[in-house]
Design a binder for this molecule. Sequence first.
Ligand code: M6R
Length: 625
Amino acid sequence: MCGIIGIITSERDQTGSDRVLDTVVEGLERLEYRGYDSAGVAVIDPERKTGLWRARAANGTRSLEDLVKQMEDAPRGSPAGIGHTRWATHGRPDEHNAHPHVDCTGRLALVHNGIIENHVELADELIAGGHRLVSETDTEVLAHLIEAAIVANPEARLEDAVRVALARVEGAFALAVIHAAWPDEIVAARRVSPLLMGVSDDHAFLASDVPAILGLTRDFFILEDDRVAVLTPGSLRVTDLDGNEVEPPRLHVDWDLDAARRDGYDDYMSKEMAEQPEAIANTLRDRVLPDGTLVLDEVHITDAEFQAINKVFIVACGSSYHAGLMAKYAIEHWARIPVEIDIASEFRYRNPVLDAQTLVIGVSQSGETVDTFQAIREAAAQGAKVLVISNVVDSSMARESDAVLYTRAGPELGVAATKTHIAQITALEILALYLAQARHQLTPADARALLAHMDVLPEKVARVLERSHAVHEVAERFRDSSAFIFLGRHVGYPVALEGALKLKELSYLRAEGFPAGELKHGPIALVEPGTVVIGVATRTPVWDKMMSNIAEVKSRGASIVLVANDGDEETARHADAVLWVPETEHLFAPIVDVVALQQFAYSMARIHGLDVDRPRNLAKVVTVE
Ligand code: M6R
């Protein structure tokens, strides 16, 4: 959830500025989507009594940058530094709780992403031992545990003390530590929360995500679970928790840093929505042979194993869950395998019944969402086959699965999932067709006809995007409404859920999604004059049932906005306003229909003057339970 960065160098800057400090603060700006409650930096500063210099600010990296500029004692020529951008879990999002945290001596500074679950008992023990803990965070115990290990064994190296401390903690962590007594190294460690490292001639660096250090390297080393790394200028060494040296896996990244910037758009979200046709095309690319056969190179489960599968579970959170729900309809319809879908945080604790003939599909754009990650681990532990749909190559989830299907949407920095969501649905539809083919449920002619529909999806989505002004006008009409109900049936139901999620996360308005047929079993009590009902009313086999449900809310005074197929005046007659979309094969319709609802939520947020890229209380990657 939080973002961390660290850099160490043997170069001493002669310009009067501090290269390490500047690099850390710049890197934090690129990590801000991971959390932006507060930010902080600490660097080695031999000029100071403690040997460390630290600055922390509430309200994210821009405040930190301003603060650093104003601080006259900011160091020059530091050899090493670490930084952190926070999404608060334990303790208020203020300066006092911002990382880096220090030990009692003020000579050790530490940044941490994750949660230390046994922090209360550790804090009690540390306080009883004379340590002074000053924040409300779970993280601070780590700094003091390392300090205690150094005091207990003055011969120990910093990495040894980190290992001793980690033996005491339960939970998830990616951490980086600097200490004035070891000015030429940064020690890092990881369990569950992601951490990448890089090395160049005179430097070494680490970060929780690629964009923070992409300007410094394209070749990364992945720190795996329960590993400790020591970074020194120009090198790094990785060991396990017993101190045995291990080779870290490597990752080469082709992304252009510009791809992670706004490219002239007002915000990341509008840029990322505009990239959706390309995200679909890229996700489809090379996966379909000219004869219509589907090829999934990254899937290392054999056709025989696929044929033996008798149940599919999909686990995911948020928008990824909605993509999974859309896939349930497609897999059951085409491949004829029963599909269960779970919110990942529920799956893990409900003792699901799995075996070697169960395929568990984990859907996560980041591949790091802790609930989904732990759910697939649980599935693997029970012997199920695990397939992951992820947008991040070599993400933690991708590395722990039997097979991966990458979505190729490119980096997504806006907190709201848009192009990655569309690419997930695309990948899941491909998977559904693949399963149907492997299980001989689909004739080649039918498969070819469906693939022809998929090929034109980028063009259809582009047509929806061209109508953003019309969608904006509809949002303007309902700008003062405070209650929105999203309705859909069949695959329109997850589209409705996604539309409601987008509106609430971006605009902070009351927005709930329901299966339209369920409304009269309770939620219809919410409908009154002034309620805006947004219905997914594109032509599917259940269109007429959907329209009956729309009539029910209309007669109770709701204003009606319908997502309808181009030229469908019959549907339009029932609506106060229409969001027009091109018609497509009904199981692919979510890919087209959801784009209109993304745009509606975007426009509403802009109309209300809200920051669409950084909605309040949210973070891009949720690495805490
Ligand atoms: O990285 P993931 O796909 O696992 O993330 C899952 C959710 O946190 C994510 O989709 C979230 O709901 C977004 N804010 C939706 O816009």
